[in-house]
Design a protein around this ligand. Structure first.
Ligand code: SR1
Ligand code: MG
Length: 403
């Protein structure tokens, strides 16, 4: 990290000027630091005269939302840059183009997506995204299949795994998702109104066993190159376009972790509609859109992944073994359900929350929504190994909301 220094807006404008194919020479450039995530600086550079822009993202050597006492390797910027390039090659319409990476400064420069809206914000405003399930299922099928032992050279995959050993960011996930919510921990963060729920998690033997099994899968199953943090804050969306960003948590892990992340965040928003919908009819309508997105994400992913398998699987055993594909997909759906549940619970009692729930201003509605999110999360975890179809996942959410 010898020459590393955190950029300010002037540094970002200086770097942006070197992109002569984007900005006019000597142009009047404007810069705003727009990073609202937990870890990084994000500069948005624009040239008002032409409307052109760029995004410059820089990793800080510590967890931004916690402070310098929680150090974090800036090598994650290299991992993010490499993952973005692989994902862009596999799903060009759905991942921004990387224009430059600088490992010493932990910088990634990418195309400007500011015409899009962070999907979490869009969901909180009850925007409908008719393309979302189709787009995200394509992203998932392409990136998971073609980085796995099914869709790439198994020797190259082993070599690639070495570049994606992401020790510190995986530890964040191991701690924040699969450990801390299930014991007393200083980083846990929940309101007094749901302290009974948090306490119950710590003594729920059935749940603790399922969490141990999910933690084991996360630690040991290097199935594919995951995005690793595929929540709705990592997705820029418009009704007509979807862009997946921020794969700094990328590593070789279990595929269900990425699919589960998408479903968890749709269901967290589902729970938050206790507040964001103004009346019962609009709540029902928006929740139907969210459940349809959950259904479509899985069914379209499953269809696309199976087609890739049928047409492009190179493995001599996997491509022919009768019934193996069905067993694989069944297990993947079960993993998806379990990881989705774990990701919901961590966002309600653990360190890092979601605005869908925390921004609810009314105390009673916020408590109701969080209890609903916890109920759905717990049921997904409890039932994960018996899930046989996406309809069971939808039914869990539907039934919980009807109570
Ligand atoms: C300490 S970082 C907290 C969370 O932010 C990221 O988006 C990941 O979800 C991580 O767990
Ligand atoms: Mg992120």
């Amino acid at each position: 990290m010898s020459g590393y220094h955190p950029y300010n807006e002037a540094d970002a404008i200086g770097l942006a000027r070197s992109f002569e194919n984007v900005f006019s020479p000597g142009a009047d450039l404007h810069c705003r630091e727009i990073g609202d995530g937990n870890l990084n600086l994000v500069f948005h550079i624009t040239e008002p005269a032409t409307g052109k822009g760029l995004i410059i993202k820089q990793a800080l050597p510590y967890v931004k939302v916690f402070g310098e006492s929680w150090p974090l390797s800036i090598d994650r910027a290299r991992i993010e840059g490499e993952a973005l390039k692989i994902q862009h090659a596999l799903a060009p319409e759905l991942v921004p183009q990387v224009l430059l990476t600088n490992h010493e400064q932990a910088i990634t420069v990418m195309e400007d997506l500011s015409s899009h809206v962070i999907m979490r914000k869009g969901l909180m405003e009850r925007t409908l995204y008719p393309r979302f399930a189709g787009d995200i299922s394509t992203f998932l099928a392409q990136t998971l299949f073609f980085t796995s032992d099914l869709g790439m050279s198994q020797q190259e995959k082993k070599l690639r795994q070495q570049s994606f050993v992401n020790v510190e960011l995986c530890q964040i996930t191991e701690d924040l998702i699969f450990d801390e919510p299930y014991r007393e921990h200083e980083r846990n963060n929940y309101e007094d109104s749901i302290a009974d729920e948090a306490a119950a998690l710590r003594i729920d033997g059935e749940l603790l066993t399922e969490i141990a099994l999910l933690r084991e899968k996360f630690l040991t199953r290097g199935e594919a190159l995951l995005h690793g943090d595929l929540h709705t804050g990592s997705i820029f969306a418009l009704p007509e376009s979807t862009k997946v960003i921020d794969p700094e948590f990328a590593f070789y892990g279990p595929m269900g972790f990425d699919i589960g992340a998408v479903i968890a965040n749709l269901l967290l928003n589902f729970a938050s509609q206790e507040h964001w919908s103004q009346d019962e009819a609009s709540r029902r309508e928006y929740r139907e859109f969210l459940l349809e997105a959950v259904r479509g994400t899985w069914t379209q992913f499953s269809a696309k992944f199976r087609t890739l398998w049928d047409e492009q699987c190179q493995d001599p055993v996997f491509s022919k073994a009768p019934g193996y594909q069905d067993l694989y997909m069944d297990r993947l759906l079960q993993d998806t359900a379990g990881f989705a549940g774990a990701k919901m619970i961590r966002r309600i009692v653990g360190f890092a929350h979601v605005a869908d729930l925390d921004a609810i201003p009314d105390d009673a509605a916020r408590e109701r929504a969080k209890r609903l999110g916890l109920l759905i999360g717990k049921e997904l975890i409890r039932q994960n190994r018996t899930i046989r179809s996406i309809e069971q996942i939808i039914d869990i959410a539907f039934t919980a909301a009807a109570r």
